[in-house]
Every structure is written in C-alpha cells, then in structure tokens.
Design a protein around this ligand. Structure first.
Ligand code: FES
Ligand SMILES: [Fe+2]
Length: 385
C-alpha cells in the first residue's frame, strides 16, 4: 500500500532514463497518489525553520523528511526539536502546552523535557504503581542554531536515541571572511521532490532562459563555457575561476579593481555553497534544498557579504534581486511539477547535466554504501549558457 519508493535516481543514474511509468502508484483504495517521491538521506543536519519564528517559550510545527516536528525555544534560550507525537497514544504534542520548560501532552498530561525527550511526570500514577516515568522518552532530535536556521539532525530509523549534537558531524555553516558583514535569507516551498530541487539548483543551462532580464543577461549573450570540476568528499567543486564576463552584477564587482574569483561547491545531502572574492571584499552563500516530504521540498538561501558594505540601499536591492531569482526558479519548478504529474520520460545530457549525474551517483553511493566517487580526477565540462 501507499507510495512505492521511487527508483527515479537509480533510473537516472543507470542510463538516461527509461520510462518512469511506475512512479505513481495506487493505494489499496485505488486512489492515485501524486508522485514521484525521492529516496531520502538520513543521518544529516537539515534546516528546519528560521529561528526568528521562535521567541523564548514558544514552539512551532514543521516537517522534515516526512517527520512531523515541533521545534521550540526554552525559557533560557536553548532550542529543541521533538517528533510531534506523544509516545503514549500518538496525539500531536503540538496540541498540548509548552511553558518554556516542559512540553505537556494534551491527552493525559504527561510532561516531557523537550531537549532530551525524557518524560518527567505521569499524572495518573499512584503510590501503587511501579512504573518509572523517567525511563520513558518521547523522540527528541539534536537541534542547533546557525545562520538563523534551526538545524535538526535526522537519524536513520532504528538509530536509537541521538541527542548530543557535539558527537555528530559538524552543523553546516555559512562561511564569512571578515568581522563585519551583512546577511539576508530567502525560503520557498517547492511542489516537487528533493532530487528535482537539487538538479535545478546545479543546472548551469537554464540561466539565460529562466533568469533573462535586461540588467542580467539575455539569450543572445549565450556563449560557450568551460569549467573545471574536482572531487571533494561526497561532492564536487567548480574550481576557482573568474566568473562569466557576460553578467552585469559580476561586472559591477569589478569596480574594486581586483580580480574576481568564484568558487562553487556541492556536497551531499543538499548543500551548495558559493564564494565570490575580490581582494578583501567577499560574498558568500549557502543554499540548501530540504526534503519536507518524499515529494516536496523547500529551498533556503542564506547569504552574507561585505561588498558595498557602506553603500545605502544595497541590502534591500540585493534582497529584491535575490528574491526575484529564487521566484523565477520556483515558478519554473511549479510548472515542472505540473508536467511531472503525467509521468514523462526524462533525460540528463552531457555535459550540461553532468553535475546532476554526479549528484545521483554520490547519493546512490551514500545510500547503498557501494560505488565510488564519480570524479577520479579534475575534469573540464563544456556547455553554452
Ligand atoms: S497520549 Fe499523551 S499523555 Fe496520553
Ligand atoms: Fe536558477
């Protein structure tokens, strides 16, 4: 019953995609479920929500990898993340109460310390009961604040209790290169699975079509590009290069009179980082595509820069253009999702879709624990954009 896990990325990896006709399946009741879904990567940190939503003593509902969550901030400031489900009878804990110290279930009033998930009180117990409430745990996840995101570590099913952030892989963080800088962020929900979101994120060939604008570039500015890529652990890096001279904002950066250098990197499960440096001026961004459910995702961009630090209006202008860019991508993906409902066959072509192929190969290697890194030695990719 339910949704059959998609073989989408295996199909893509194993040869330019045959039919994906089996990705939409029916439930026992015969109702069509929209697909396709993606296989999800556990044992990773994911951005759950913006911490600006969380004043002390409040909690909010969200979802990561099909797991309903409550994420909140205790009275003294610590963040927590719990599965939004009482271990007693499964009612959402978000239906209950949070006083800044403990989460209380609405149904029978059990109390939980939210960072550990430990049950601290069962009101119905009497002196005749042997049950030790403190041996009971609701599911809690490590939760850490970085760059305004509440990052939640999502372990694989059956991993047991994982609550200490310090024993896990490092929490992703936006790189900054000076003490003073400005920041901005953007988020958008997308109605397709995380694989399509990530493929869209690393797609070099859509720019002149999706993002055409007089001040940026037009289709007539398309020219051949050659970019060198090299392997990094579970990812790849576009080697430092001078950005394309045919885009206006990069020309603008040239005003500082130093050579401009850009480095773009992708690492599993979902992170693209970009750094543009020009003497001691810099711009840095971290973009993540987070699986909310198996078939939907959310894109988050956090950026920091010290370029034009003193020039007024740069922040609103940068936000305006950033939002416009993301909106153009999201609009395109909403349209793509419409097309995907009808189960089309898909293609990945060389060289423009090579990064997407690498992503699927890396993901497959991570999930199967088999296969090797798709990049043996630095390789040049050529495309026109
Ligand atoms: S269902 Fe939560 S205390 Fe009973
Ligand atoms: Fe784009």
């Amino acid at each position: 019953m339910g949704i059959e896990k998609s073989s989408l990325y295996y199909a893509w990896e194993n040869g330019m995609v045959g039919s994906m006709a089996n990705i939409i399946t029916t439930t026992e009741s015969g109702v069509l479920i929209p697909g396709p879904t993606a296989t999800l990567i556990h044992d990773e940190w994911y951005a759950a929500l913006r911490t600006s939503e969380l004043r002390p003593k409040t909690m909010a509902k969200t979802m990561l990898l099909d797991i309903p969550l409550i994420v909140g901030r205790k009275a003294e400031g610590a963040l927590f993340a719990m599965r939004d489900s009482c271990p007693h009878r499964g009612i959402p804990l978000s239906a209950g109460w949070f006083d800044g110290h403990k989460v209380t279930c609405k149904y029978h009033g059990w109390d939980f310390e939210p960072c550990s998930g430990q049950c601290t009180q069962i009101p119905s117990l009497t002196s005749h009961d042997k049950l030790d409430a403190t041996k009971i745990y609701a599911t809690a996840f490590p939760c850490v604040e970085r760059d305004g995101h509440a990052w939640v570590y999502v372990p694989s099913a059956g991993a047991g209790r994982v609550t200490e952030a310090s024993k896990l892989k490092p929490v992703p963080e936006l790189k900054k290169f000076s003490e003073k800088y400005r920041t901005a962020h953007l988020s958008a929900d997308m109605p397709l699975n995380v694989d399509h979101g990530i493929v869209g994120l690393m797609d070099p060939a859509h720019g002149p079509f999706v993002h055409q604008a007089w001040w940026w570039r037009s289709q007539s500015s398309i020219r051949e590009k050659t970019k060198r890529f090299e392997a990094v652990p579970e990812g790849f890096r576009m080697s430092a290069h001078a950005p394309s001279g045919n885009s206006a904002p990069y020309k603008l950066l040239g005003v500082y009179g130093h050579p401009v250098e850009t480095t773009i990197e992708f690492v599993l499960p979902n992170r693209r980082t970009e750094q543009i440096r020009c003497g001691d001026k810099w711009f840095s961004s971290l973009t993540t595509v987070t699986p909310v459910t198996g078939s939907t995702c959310r894109i988050d961009v956090v950026a920091a820069w010290n370029v034009f630090y003193r020039v007024p209006f740069v922040l609103p202008i940068a936000k305006f253009f950033g939002r416009m860019f993301v909106e153009q991508d999201v609009q395109t993906m909403v349209e793509q999702a419409e097309g995907l409902k009808h189960n089309p066959s898909l293609m990945l072509i060389d060289d423009a879709d090579k990064p997407a192929k690498w992503y699927f190969a890396l993901k497959q290697a991570r999930i199967d624990g088999r296969g090797k890194h798709p990049i043996d030695e630095p390789v040049d990719l050529h495309w026109r954009s």
